[in-house]
Write a protein that binds this ligand. Structure first.
Ligand code: SF4
Ligand code: MSK
Length: 645
């Protein structure tokens, strides 16, 4: 293996746990994501600008956006079409990932309704009956299983081609739905929009970049108000609707004296039964017989967020921590489902006693033990997985165990229901705080880690500056984990906020940074924004809101960006998307969209500048609503708390 030491660990991550483990990996000759990024340099400039295409066998082609080389591919496609097609395909891939996750939850939900599963039950019957009423299913006086079966039927139809609109899109404010209708971007069917995106981007179909980009928004909407929302809502019914819960975060959650099992990926259907299996007295006794004091489950990435939100399971880390968690030498097993799991985890695990246990037939990992998930045997498979982890414990080499740092406390569990509950059942207190100016607005900081940036720096610095200036922040995914590690997600973290936000948080006993869940739970952000807009009788784009994805890497993040903007929330990206080979595409996404959906994208890698840009945007929205506002031009860029490295 080639192990680069080009950049110091303190330049790669702001967190001490990551820095120590990067140094340890280097000392042991273990390659990680940062080494592989270095080995890829220089990365392809054509691909970075989005002007390369391999959609057919007349290619691959690349066009020169500067006009010095060919300006058209073999078929005649220029930069505008190639960039728009590539972006559209990326959004379709991301939307498909979220929506297929939603379908998997729906299938388990439907099987549970029919009594065909083991280890599952309807955990939140109240929410089931509320969903039934919303979807036009008779939810009164009937057994929960019958109601669930009918709800499942309605939602299965959302994936197909027989409807004019996906069910939950009806939750968007009327003005927003009218705008989608006028633009022809109402999401009709989840699979339909994704398949149509692939069709349109085949050679010789949609050759108009504007038309391609509009359908890309529709594809994103089929994710946010479709597949992701189904995943979130049915997970709540099956596993419980989250409410505030305290837990711990960072690699310090691993235990020297226990069997450590990390649950990594995105889908809670298996991990939830694993939580039950880890409490099985027979398996706990087995662990004790090997000298361990118990079984310690920890989360990684969004499976971790799902478990934190509903069960308070501690979180080992976000995206860039997955290899480093193995380098602790203290992990008996990493159980993986799908999405964001680096193929390299089996290589790193091969250097230790760690078992990688794959569980989805859709996501196979050569070198892993495959224990495929089957909801009919959910409880039994959960026990098999925990048994395999426990049996790896005697192979642990205590001399190689290094668990860095002590864990940090954090709070999760802010579903829309929990937020409204904290507000006394209505958005009114939040709206009043915004109207008075105590809270200037709200921002969703979401998305991944990307090794091109110092890990977590942009998430933490952007969030810190926003709350200091009285902007309420909601977080999901890896952005949430970053803020948790930085100690910004406890009720007492209100002391880090500006006077107005601090007062509101202290009165309600909530943190200034609210954890709303996993990547699919960005759908909760849409529902909250819709509820605020409805309460005020306005459209979402009129509200003082913004989105930010400071360290995004994945196609799912691009889909999230598409549906957030198409829903009326301007969004700032911290990593440049591959669109800059087409000035027309850039102009449309970063400007023209404002006149179409009332929101646009911006790209700003510097979190201090991004914070200023967002605060100016919020003050503009306040001015337009007739609320007290600060002159946007007077908002200066604030110096960061501490530069990286
Ligand atoms: Fe080249 Fe056109 Fe084929 Fe793309 S679709 S590879 S630009 S010929
Ligand atoms: S896990 S999509 S790295 S947020 Fe949802 Fe994190 Fe991004 Fe995966």
């Amino acid at each position: 293996m080639s192990v680069s030491d080009g950049r110091r660990a303190v330049q790669l991550s702001i967190n001490r746990d990551a820095q120590e483990m990067i140094d340890l990996a280097r000392a042991e000759g273990i390659e990680t994501v940062w080494d592989r990024l270095d080995a890829q340099q220089p990365q392809c400039g054509f691909c970075a600008l989005g002007v390369s295409c391999r959609n057919c066998a007349m290619g691959p082609c690349r066009v020169d956006p500067f006009g010095e080389g060919p300006t058209k591919g073999v078929c005649g496609a220029g930069a505008d079409v190639i960039v728009a097609r590539n972006l559209g395909r990326g959004i379709a891939a991301g939307a498909s990932a979220h929506s297929d996750h939603g379908r998997d939850i729906l299938e388990v939900f439907a099987s549970t309704a029919r009594g065909e599963t083991t280890g599952y039950r309807i955990a939140d019957e109240g929410k089931l009956r509320r969903l039934a009423a919303e979807l036009g299913v008779d939810g009164d006086q009937r057994p929960a299983g019958d109601v669930a079966a009918d709800v499942a039927d309605v939602l299965f139809d959302d994936f197909g081609s027989r409807k004019d609109g996906v069910s939950f899109a009806g939750r968007a404010p009327a003005a927003r739905r009218a705008r989608w209708q006028e633009l022809g971007i109402t999401p009709r069917g989840i699979d339909r929009e994704n398949v149509e995106m692939l069709h349109r981007t085949h050679m010789g179909v949609d050759n108009d970049h504007v038309s391609l980009l509009l359908h890309a928004l529709r594809t994103g909407l089929s994710d946010g108000w479709g597949g992701s929302m189904i995943a979130t809502e049915l997970s709540d019914v099956l596993f419980g609707t989250p409410s505030p819960v305290l837990s711990e975060v960072n690699l310090g959650v691993l235990r020297h004296d226990q069997v450590n099992v990390a649950l990594h990926g995105h889908n809670p259907v298996l991990s939830d039964v694993i939580v039950a299996a880890a409490e099985d007295p027979e398996l706990v006794d087995l662990a004790r017989s090997y000298g361990a004091s118990g079984i310690n489950l920890v989360g990684l990435c969004c499976t971790g967020n799902e478990l934190l939100m509903r069960r308070g399971v501690p979180m080992a880390g976000n995206h860039l921590m997955q290899e480093l968690a193995i380098v602790t030498g203290a992990l008996e097993a990493m159980v993986v489902d799908y999405q964001c799991i680096m193929p390299s985890v089996t290589d790193v695990a091969a250097c230790y006693h760690t078992k990688i246990i794959s569980t989805s037939d859709k996501a196979r990992f050569p070198g892993a033990t495959h224990l495929p998930f089957d909801p009919r045997r959910g409880a039994e498979i959960g026990r098999e997985i925990i048994r395999a982890a426990v049996e790896a414990y005697p192979d642990r080499n205590p001399d190689r165990v290094h668990i860095p740092v002590a864990p940090v406390r954090w709070m999760g569990g802010f579903s829309v229901e929990a937020i409204l509950g904290a507000l006394g059942g209505s958005p009114e207190p939040l709206v009043s705080a915004i109207a008075s100016g105590a809270i200037r607005g709200a921002v969703a900081v979401v998305g991944c880690n990307n090794p091109k940036l110092p890990q977590d720096y942009a998430h933490v610095e952007l969030t810190r500056q926003l709350i200091e200036h009285d902007v309420l922040v909601v977080v999901t995914g890896c952005a949430a984990v970053a803020n948790g590690k930085a100690g910004q997600m406890l009720p007492e973290s209100a002391s880090m906020a500006g006077t107005g936000l601090r007062g509101v948080c202290e009165a309600l006993g909530i943190p200034p940074v609210l954890h709303m869940g996993s990547c699919v739970d960005n759908s909760r952000v849409l529902v909250l924004a819709g509820a605020l807009a409805d309460f005020l009788g306005v459209d979402i784009d009129q509200l003082p809101l913004a989105g930010a994805a400071p360290e995004w890497y994945s196609e799912k993040a691009v889909s999230i960006g598409a549906y957030v903007v198409a829903s009326g929330v301007t969004t700032v990206l911290g990593v440049q998307p591959p669109i800059f080979g087409s000035p027309r595409v850039v102009d449309l996404l970063a400007g023209g969209l404002d006149g179409v959906v009332g929101a646009r994208f911006a790209v700003e890698p510097d979190p201090s500048r991004a914070a200023a840009l967002i605060r100016r945007h919020i003050e503009e929205k306040r001015r337009a609503l007739g609320l007290p506002f600060e002159d946007p031009d007077s908002i200066a860029v604030t110096a960061p708390a501490a530069p990286v490295g």
